[in-house]
Design a protein around this ligand. Structure first.
Ligand code: PLP
Length: 404
């Protein structure tokens, strides 16, 4: 039976402290105990339902975590103040000095920079591999490897990871498969395909209003308890804690995620087909020309489409900049990093979100500097948007007269 993640969000039921349909926001950093013994037991992790201190957990953060765990089909989840807070906490919980990570080489620039530049300071080394080649992934695993890391749909090249294939390799070597699912919420459910831990930057589609950063780690109760341990939990000790007011607002936005994802996907598919027909090198997992189109189809929960992200290669960074500036001027969207907003966002990743990746490596992984990454918005009339984009393309000389 197909997994229906939006049903799991829909079915959550809340009775707020005063009967509110939204749970009351826990506006406290610390919590009282009626007996000193209960405080002791809570520190020892033995008092269910008692809160200690909000860096550890708070009712509002637990509500949001439970909604995200329901969506991803994991036992539970831990929210963090940013996607990077979730990623770094998770990796540092799994790795000690001397350990090794095998990671996809096409990942978000911040994650790449953490693994490449920061983790080695703690004597944690990473092998970056082409995640679409399972034999290379397996060959990179050694006796010190403690994590296999990838993004389900990669930032910014939109490579698709074969989560079932990677999970088999991870299980064979007894290491966890950690999947960042930021680009494909609802469309792909990595835990159903064998991922052990699923991460999101909530900043993007899940919150969907570009008004906060946030993150989550979804996994087993044991792993989430470990992250929160007062003795050696990475998230408890490093402190990337989301504020309760904010987690309450993210929870509210999550309820429309399925409607938004369908619209993002519908609009992105429309534009991808048009751009490709216009002769542009267009990358979108929904296009049959995408090398992993069939794989995405095999993995996806079909109701939500192929996602809202696409890339277009316009040849040079100068042309990309000219085109993006004009699109912003014409109010087609914003020249901005990030994704999942109601308006289209566009940026050239080579000089922005992936600039942490050295130029030679960008070339090797196929990240050309004329590449524009689009997060397609919720436009009600995408045909109008396309016509306006075409006018911009003509003006900057991207479309020849006969195609215009
Ligand atoms: C795929 C992916 N993962 C993680 C992150 C980091 O998330 P945050 O900016 O919320 O820390 C980003 C941010 O751009 C991202 O695109």
């Amino acid at each position: 039976m197909k997994y229906k993640p939006a049903n799991h969000i829909q079915d959550l039921q809340y009775f707020g402290e005063f009967g509110g349909v939204n749970p009351s926001i826990s506006d406290s950093s610390t919590y009282t105990f009626l007996s000193a013994k209960t405080m002791f037991d809570t520190f020892e992790g033995n008092a269910d339902g008692c809160y200690l201190y909000s860096r550890h957990s708070s009712p509002s953060n637990l509500y949001l975590g439970e909604a995200l765990a329901a969506m991803e089909g994991t036992e539970t989840a831990n929210v963090a103040a940013s996607g990077m807070g979730a990623i770094t906490g998770t990796l540092l919980q799994l790795c000690m000095a001397g350990d090794h990570v095998v990671s996809s080489r096409t990942i978000y620039g911040g994650t790449y920079a953490f693994l490449k530049n920061f983790a080695p300071r703690l004597n944690i080394e990473t092998s970056f591999v082409d995640i679409t080649k399972l034999d290379l992934v397996e060959a990179a695993i050694n006796e010190d490897t403690k994590v296999l890391f990838c993004e389900s749909v990669s930032n910014p090249l939109l490579e698709v990871a074969d989560i079932q294939g990677l999970s088999k390799i991870a299980k064979k070597h007894n290491i966890p498969l950690v999947v960042d699912n930021t680009f494909s919420p609802l469309s792909i459910t990595p835990a159903q395909l064998g991922a052990d831990i699923v991460i999101h930057s909530l900043t993007k589609f899940i919150n969907g209003s570009s008004d906060t950063v946030g993150g989550v780690t979804c996994g087993t109760q044991d792993f989430i308890n470990a992250l929160r341990s007062v003795n050696d939990g990475a998230n408890m000790l490093l402190g990337p804690t989301m504020d309760s007011l904010r987690s309450a607002s993210v929870l509210k936005n999550m309820r429309t995620l399925h409607i938004r994802m369908k619209q993002h996907s519908k609009n992105a598919m429309y534009l991808a087909q048009k751009f490709e027909a216009d002769g542009f090198r267009t990358v979108y997992p929904g296009l049959p020309s995408h090398p992993s189109h069939e794989l995405f189809k095999k993995m996806m929960n079909p109701d939500y489409g192929f996602g809202g992200m696409l890339t277009l290669d316009v040849g040079t960074i100068d042309k990309a900049n000219e085109f993006m500036e004009l699109m912003q001027e014409e109010n087609l969207g914003y020249l901005a990093v990030s994704l999942g907003f109601y308006k289209t966002l566009f940026s050239a990743p080579g000089s922005s979100t992936s600039s942490e990746i050295p130029e030679e490596e960008q070339i090797e992984m196929g990240l050309s500097n004329g590449l524009i990454r689009f997060s397609i918005g919720l436009d009600d009339d995408i045909e109008r948007t396309y016509q306006m984009m075409k006018t911009c393309m003509k003006k900057v000389g991207l479309l020849e007269a006969h195609k215009a």
